[in-house]
Design a protein around this ligand. Structure first.
Ligand SMILES: [Zn+2]
Length: 257
């Protein structure tokens, strides 16, 4: 008889949960990704043409951010990233042979040349920029049709320090120079596999000049007159609250898993 496991079952960027937003129990399959070994938790994609089981629903992962605690969300985030990584590494990037999953590690191994492929995260810097004691720079993403204003963010380039990435992204996106770049905290972000590294920096010089394909508007806002900001649970929200209300960005009270 098969044993039952809690399962993260994804369909694109949605997760299958019950009416209380908890994970279902399922029979394990040989193709499951074993996850969090201590608790017998598995992860898989909803099979092609598989109907949604009675009593379960597909919920966007972003929505779970607001319903779950950080630890639960980070587990789901880890599960989807590992599944995506496995799907995208079916072949050896060195010789092109079909790969096999390592029996105990998160690695895809090539049986022909023994090349090992491991999951990688993309470091991405996100910066909250202040001017004086009472102003914060917020920017509207050109691709986002809502009225939400967020923070300056972008990928770290090869050979660049995190601080250089902060200065470069700020200059490219809004034409400003910043100083006193300081690290705040980090958050894994599964869209698709980023590690968001949060910094704060102070305005140094320059006039706002938008990189129009990325940013449709950017302004320094008074702390008591902010526009719509990113949703609670995102690191951008925590960073803005850190400036406006002095809340810590990282929750250091969390228990280690
Ligand atoms: Zn190979």
């Amino acid at each position: 008889m098969s044993e039952l496991s809690l399962a993260y079952i994804f369909h694109q960027h949605q997760l299958l949960v019950d009416e209380n937003f908890q994970l279902p129990q399922v029979e394990r399959l040989a193709s499951d990704l074993h996850f969090n070994t201590g608790d017998q938790v598995v992860a898989r994609d909803l099979l092609e043409d598989e109907p949604i089981p009675q009593g379960l629903q597909l919920v966007p992962i972003r929505q779970l951010l607001t319903l779950w605690d950080t630890r639960q969300f980070e587990h789901a985030s880890r599960a989807i990233q590992l599944l995506e990584w496995r799907k995208n590494h079916k072949f050896c990037s060195h010789c092109g042979h079909r790969t096999e999953a390592h029996p105990t590690e998160y690695a895809m191994i090539c049986p022909a040349c023994r090349y090992h492929q491991y999951p990688r995260v993309q470091p991405c810097v996100i910066t909250v920029i202040t001017r004086g004691d009472d102003e914060i720079l917020l920017a509207k993403n050109a691709k986002n049709k809502s009225n939400m204003y967020g923070l300056i963010a972008g990928f770290v380039e090869v050979g660049e320090t995190l601080e250089e990435a902060v200065r470069r992204e700020t200059f490219e996106e809004v034409g400003l120079k910043v100083k006193n770049v300081q690290y705040l905290a980090s958050q894994p972000w599964p869209f698709p596999s980023n590690l968001m590294l949060a910094f704060r920096a102070e305005y140094a010089s320059g006039e706002i000049k938008l990189q129009e394909e990325e940013i449709s508007d950017a302004q320094f806002f008074k702390l008591d007159q902010l526009p719509e900001i990113p949703f609670k649970g995102s690191i951008a929200y925590a960073m803005i609250k850190h400036i406006t209300e002095g809340h810590p960005v990282a929750d250091d009270t969390r228990e280690w898993l």
